[in-house]
Design a protein around this ligand. Structure first.
Ligand code: TXA
Ligand code: MG
Length: 326
């Protein structure tokens, strides 16, 4: 049975932490998307995440911690770069890749020599992680709480739609504020390398690093990699984040409207993705809008791509991946 807990109720938050320490799987809210949490110090519990999601074992999980000190404990080498970005953007939608310490389990890291750490912003989830640390855990291992390859959940209802009866509980913390996954940055070297665009815009990271005379670039391996063993961050496959309907993307509403006429003529059913002018609203509602279009049972979802700036970069990335051939 999947229990629904309320993030505003302290007993529920404490119960969620206890369930996690008991080896249970609990979906938790973060400012990006809901995570499917397991105690990162319990290999058996973490292994269940892969079974429940239908996710390949080699796709490593983000290790969520309560603060920079806790992040340092799972890193063998906490670089200056990691420290600068952690201080500037945590708690937040930024995940940092560093070399791992032995207490970051191979089940979490997919047997890689690195670990990705993040301090999430949702207060209830941070409290859960603090309670877990106080009880001896290294943190909360959590991928997005959806079936493998599907759209990430941004409400507790989305989580239940995908994973009801497969997980032990979901902590309802309301709709996610950001709505797209975290930005992942490799901080093992002297230069920051973005592995996945996300909730913290590239420009913001670049501006912060420039203050310290440091640089950022995008991983050349990022787009189009279907070979997950080779990928720097496996799981960023082209056909990720896809709803059931076929997705078609357009640079302008004019081109989208032209396509609508074709679809009308061909009697193909479609829905238009909500595309607010404001990028914050766009990213916040992106996945919910895809799910809603799917629930209407249409064959095609039409979407206008936002400008490639700020959060628009992550939105474009997710939409393009959803539109990629499956
Ligand atoms: O916002 C987010 O990042 C959400 C919330 C729940 O924190 N999590 C999330 O997790 O999106 P997931 O598992 O769906 O995506 C995490 C990505 C995966 O593509 C994985 O390959 C990469 O992070 N990753 C994790 N650890 C890694 C490592 N040690 N080396 C390379 N890539 C890693
Ligand atoms: Mg995911």
């Amino acid at each position: 049975m999947t229990v629904r807990l309320d993030a505003r109720v302290d007993e529920d938050v404490v119960l969620a932490a206890r369930m996690l320490r008991d080896g249970k799987l609990v979906a938790v809210p973060t400012e990006t998307v809901y995570g499917l949490g397991a105690d990162a110090s319990n290999d058996g519990a973490v292994a269940r995440i892969f079974t429940v999601k239908g996710r390949p074992r080699a796709h490593p999980l983000i290790l969520h911690v309560s603060d920079i000190d806790a992040a340092r404990r799972v890193a063998s080498h906490w670089t200056n770069l990691a420290d600068i970005l952690a201080h500037s953007f945590w708690p937040g939608a930024l995940s940092i890749l560093v070399d791992k310490a032995p207490n970051a389990s191979d089940v979490v890291t997919g047997s890689r020599p690195t670990v990705v750490v993040r301090v999430p912003g949702h207060p209830a989830t941070r409290r859960i992680i603090e309670l877990m640390h106080a009880d001896g855990s290294v943190g909360l291992a959590a991928p997005s709480a959806n079936k493998f390859g599907a759209v990430s959940p941004t409400t507790a209802d989305h989580v239940l739609f995908d994973l009801k009866e497969l997980i032990d509980a979901v902590l309802d913390g309301g709709p996610c504020a950001v709505g797209v996954e975290s930005t992942i940055v490799d901080c093992t070297g002297v230069e920051a390398v973005v592995l996945r665009d996300g909730g913290v815009p590239y420009e913001d990271i670049a501006n912060e690093l420039a203050l310290h005379g440091l640089h950022i670039r995008r991983s050349s391996d990022m787009v189009g990699t279907t070979d997950s063993a080779r990928a720097i961050a496996p799981g960023m496959l082209m056909s990720h984040y896809a709803p059931r309907a076929r997705v078609e993307v357009f640079e302008s509403s004019e081109t989208l409207h032209a396509r609508r006429r074709d679809l009308d003529d061909a009697r193909i059913t479609y829905a238009e993705l909500a595309h607010p002018v404001n990028l914050f609203e766009y990213s916040r509602g992106l996945y919910a809008s895809m799910r809603e279009c799917d629930s209407r049972g249409v064959e095609v979802i039409l979407a206008v791509l936002p400008e490639p700036t700020g959060l628009g970069i992550a939105i474009r990335d997710r939409l393009s991946k959803a539109a990629a051939q499956r």
